[in-house]
Design a protein around this ligand. Sequence first.
Ligand code: HEM
Length: 293
Amino acid sequence: MAPILTFADTVLWNARPRDPHRPLSIDNIHFENTFSGTEDEMNFYKTSAAVELQGIEAIQIIHRYLNLDDPQDRINESGLRNDLARLKAVLEELTELMGSVKEAVDPRVFYWQVRPWFNGSGSGGEQRWVYEGIAESAVVDTSGPSAGQSTIMHAIDAFLGVDHRQLRCPIPSIRKQHGDSAFMDRMRRYMPGSHRDFLDRIDDTPVAIREVATERSGLKEAYSDAMRALKRLRDIHIRVACLYVISMARTHPPDGFQRRETRGLEGARGTGGNHVASLLKAGRDATQRAILE
Ligand code: HEM
């Protein structure tokens, strides 16, 4: 794993059941460590953890698919249709969770008190951190934690066949293309090894569900419905990122806090070091492109 603070550190391995006698759940969770000591930071982690917990059903659906002897066998068609419909419902639940962050996390507290702790280095062009005495210092991954490292989201993308590597279409100006296609690949290097192995397993599926859905009219609609739900999730996520990062980058820091980002709308940088707006739009467009009808 990249030797730096990751999503797994801040969310997955930081989560504990509030009541240790009951299992970990969205209603029974707290986080051992925070940087800022604010409820907002805790609630930010809680939203991400809620997506992970609620997303377990998506993993079960993917798992069922990976274990099919022959996904193209007609006998599996109605089961696959049901699973795609369920996946769509799960994605709608995740979208609702994503939107609910607004009730629990104050954008100003997030931007000025929490987010600076997530700053890493490593996007092209800017000055990078140096690991003294390490020859490969220039290529060591030093981005900060990001929910872009959430295995649930990557698993759903890999399963449905969202291709983040393609350039946007129509191709935006060079300035806006920055970092688009390599971001998701890079984020995988910040995940726990077993999570990466799981994603590799999905990538290596001999017959992807997208291929089956393309050939079967009975599945095409269910597949595209799930993909549309994923697109809506990304639409809401873009709005959240706008509220918490892009708009906040234009505000003045409260007394005692330093400005970290000086760029405008398209230039506001993510903790992964990318141009937030163009990066997120690229992800949304890649999802839109994958819709079959
Ligand atoms: C206040 C809440 C949130 C804010 C402000 C936010 C902001 C951002 C930003 C700025 C990026 C750009 C890349 C980076 O800097 O790391 C990003 C990427 C990403 N975020 Fe979030 N995010 C939030 C919540 C979430 C949640 C709850 C999830 C779900 C687990 C999520 C999933 C992702 C994913 C998968 C990406 C990669 C790009 C994509 O797939 O479209 N985010 N987010």
